[in-house]
Design a protein around this ligand. Structure first.
Ligand code: ADP
Ligand code: MG
Length: 741
């Protein structure tokens, strides 16, 4: 049977089950096979009835010697009682609400039962065990029939699939039980032939099972070790694909041309010595890495990771200075207007106008070197090379601007930015100039596109394993060390009963002249799978509206009954960006005491006078995100606080929050976050098409390293993978599935 066949073709899948299976994402036989068990029930030991003991989970096999069902009124229940006997003894069996079993397993039937042994005052009994018939066929071998009701099974295979050995338990959904899935999958394992995309030499080297073998043993292992090995094999395959993808992407980039910017040590040293602060060691290293990257004539692809407030902007600025010195342009793209304004200010104050002409371009602001400018004129300046560094929002820059000679793009707070997007930015640039200045090995024909160097900056610490895998094509610079003058933010979990005290604390701080942020609970989407199915825009709107509602309620509560004497403002995603900026500006100017908002404020806004970050229903956020919120305060000499209001008294939930009280290292928290919530949830790639198993393997450093090595070797030996057509095929479909941009 062809694995790409639709599951409709399976005899036992009727229309009702078809749509249920679709809900699990199972459309083809292949999907079905790749629906791996989450765990196994252990019925490896078939026990003699005389040997079973209370509390055990057992498999017993014997003959039904007595069976009857009766109804229990008034509770509308039915109970089926049976006695099963083998050569050593007999045991009672009880099933609830499955009266049909009386007919399925009439007296005299041989059965295999799997379940828990209980004890009551009448003795031992098996409670609602899984069951399957053992039938003698002509040749004397055993065969079974399953008790699936709505699909009338007629399968004939030679081993038990529900009650004996390690029995797979699958991710289930309404109407699709593990029992049903076993019933579909087990016979498939016999008939299907899979092509192994992994080269035999690699399988051999790591002692990994071949795909058919692994597929059988992942569903029906003889022992747990076999299951682990099968899992490892599939995980390895996913990781290898990740690595191949990353290396190929990297190779594609390295074949492109970028402007090589000479590193002028004297100039850079001089600039750094004039900064109002001393760079941290990590900042210096990152700066050097970037300056070396942009000396190359192929594009830099670097991620600069550093906690909030670790000072990433100045690092990017130094590179921009060097680029300006060489006569080229840089653009800083940021997600919000507020951030664009803030960067514009920081950068303008750190760099002298004589060295760097800085422009600001957002949907509402347009400035050059500190003075307002007409939009059309600023754009003309940019096109003519009258601006060295343009700071603005992605949207505006991507649609509005053509550059004279763009050499570097800096993206703040966005994970991915693809080759196409870079290329789009320079499509209006004048390549003539590049040819003149960029002579060295001048193969820069008109056909060769010049793309800018790329520096992405993020305050979201990405766990190392995840970075190695998903961002394998990026080079990474880390800023771990914080500037010396940074204070520790005091973090406290506030239990539901202590909320009043927290409010009192806020009031006291405000009385001292400080301000507070209040973040509203995240709106939980009940079923993410559904959410993604609703057409994208609409579902986004729904979430937005729910967010607005949460903010409004919180605002009403705080301004009305909690802090009637204070100035409270609110900020949410439904406001126009102009309105948002207005509110932020007023808050920054001290016109409001408290700003209630959604997670909008997550990205880097600077309000030095704010000393409190209060997060409602903090348990609904991930640790990494909470840490980001916290980074909004503590930006001045005032002692700052982060209050995590928990809406539950569940100890284990609050235990998770404790990590924040104790730790202020974003990387450590990110690792913790990932280990608690799993890479899928952490990274928000639930819908990315990466199989769960592949996701789990993102935390397996050892396996990642092996996959990385093998990916390198494979591409070295056979750069286009033509000798491995199956792997190549698999890679192509994988690339389609995993787009993080
Ligand atoms: P982030 O990494 O969150 O983007 P910023 O680049 O906005 O951080 O830096 C936060 C603030 O710290 C800015 O005002 C910046 O000028 C300042 N800063 C940067 N590096 C240092 C340093 N080494 N010592 C002191 N202050 C610094
Ligand atoms: Mg920043």
């Amino acid at each position: 049977m062809d694995p790409s066949l639709s599951i409709e073709k399976l005899k036992n899948v009727g229309p009702r089950n078809l749509s249920r299976l679709y809900n699990l994402g199972i459309k083809t036989l292949k999907d079905l096979l790749w629906h791996f068990p989450v765990r196994y029930e252990d019925y490896t030991q078939t026990l003699s009835i005389s040997n079973i003991e209370p509390g055990q989970k057992v498999n017993v096999q014997g003959q039904i010697v007595q069976i009857n069902s009766r109804r229990i009124f008034p509770r509308r229940m039915s109970v089926t009682n049976a006695i099963v006997q083998d050569s050593t003894g007999a045991v009672k069996v009880v099933w609830f609400n499955q009266p049909y079993i009386e007919e399925t397993l009439p007296e005299g039937t041989f059965v295999s039962l799997a379940g828990k042994v209980n004890l009551d005052k009448h003795g031992l009994y098996l409670s609602s065990p899984a069951y399957e018939k053992i039938v003698n066929n002509e040749s004397g071998a055993m065969k079974q029939e399953s008790g699936i009701k709505d699909s009338q099974p007629t399968i004939h295979n030679s081993s038990l699939k529900h009650t004996s050995g390690l029995v797979p338990v699958y991710p289930e959904t309404e109407g699709v039980t593990s029992k049903y899935l076993r019933f579909l999958i087990k016979p498939l394992l016999k008939t299907i032939k899979l092509n192994d995309p992994l080269p035999p030499a690699i399988l051999q080297k790591y002692n990994l099972p071949q795909i058919d073998e692994a597929m059988k043993t992942i569903h029906y292992p003889l022992d747990p070790g076999q299951a682990d090995l099968a899992k490892e094999r599939f995980a390895f395959e996913d990781l290898l694909l990740f690595q191949l993808k990353a290396l190929l992407e990297r190779r594609k980039l390295n074949q492109l041309k970028s402007i090589s910017i000479k590193f002028d040590q004297e100039f850079i040293k001089d600039f750094i010595s004039k900064l109002p602060f001393e760079l941290t060691k990590d900042q210096k290293i990152a700066t050097l890495e970037i300056l070396k990257d942009i000396e190359k004539s192929y594009p830099m692809n670097r991620l600069l990771e550093g906690d909030v407030g670790s000072g990433k902007t100045v690092v990017a600025l130094i590179a921009a200075m060097q680029i300006a010195k060489a006569g080229f342009q840089t653009v800083f793209m940021v997600p919000t207007e507020v951030l664009a304004n803030q960067h514009f200010k920081t950068v303008s104050s750190l760099a002298g106008q004589d060295l760097l002409r800085v422009g600001l371009l957002t949907s509402s602001a347009c400035k050059l070197n500190g003075s307002d400018f007409k939009r059309s004129e600023l754009k003309k300046e940019i096109a003519d090379g009258g601006v060295d560094l343009i700071i603005g929002t992605h949207a505006v820059i991507q649609k509005d601007v053509s550059f004279k000679n763009l050499a570097m793009v800096v993206i703040d707070e966005q994970h991915r930015f693809g080759i196409q997007q870079r290329a789009a930015l320079v499509k209006n640039s004048n390549p003539q100039i590049l040819n003149d200045k960029q002579a060295p090995n001048s193969q820069i024909g008109n056909s060769q596109q010049i793309v800018p160097h790329l520096l992405s900056m993020t305050a979201t610490p990405i766990p190392r394993t995840l970075a190695l895998t998903i961002y394998g094509d990026l080079d990474i610079s880390l800023i771990k060390e914080k500037p010396k003058n940074r204070q520790k933010i005091i973090t406290k979990i506030v239990s539901p009963s202590k909320v009043k005290e927290a409010y009192r604390f806020v009031r006291d701080e405000v009385a001292k002249g400080r301000q507070a942020f209040v973040v509203c609970p995240r709106i939980e989407v009940s079923d993410p799978r559904k959410e993604i199915k609703v057409s994208g825009e609409r579902s986004k709107m729904n979430i937005l509206w729910a967010d607005v509602k949460a903010v409004e309620e919180e605002y009403q509560k705080l301004s009305g009954s909690v802090f009637p004497e204070l100035q409270v403002a609110m900020l949410h995603g439904k406001l126009k960006s102009k309105e948002k900026d207005e509110i932020m500006k007023k808050f920054k100017d001290g016109d409001f005491d408290i700003l209630v908002s959604t997670s909008v404020i997550e990205v880097g806004v600077d309000v030095p006078n704010a000393s409190i970050m209060m997060i409602e229903s903090a348990e609904r956020f991930g640790l990494a995100q909470l840490h980001q919120f916290r980074g909004r305060v503590g930006r001045s000499e005032h002692q700052s606080y982060c209050l995590l209001i928990s809406s539950t008294s569940d100890k284990s939930v609050n235990q998770r929050l404790k990590a924040l009280e104790e730790c202020d290292d974003g990387f450590e928290l990110a690792e913790k976050d990932m280990s608690i919530r799993g890479p899928g949830e952490f990274f928000g790639v639930k819908q990315s098409g990466i199989p769960d198993l592949g996701m789990a393997s993102l935390a397996n450093v050892d396996l990642i390293k092996k996959a990385r090595l093998e990916a390198r070797l494979l591409l070295k030996e056979n750069p286009s993978l033509t000798s491995y057509p199956l792997l190549k095929d698999r890679l192509e479909s994988f690339q389609k599935l995993t787009h993080f941009e």
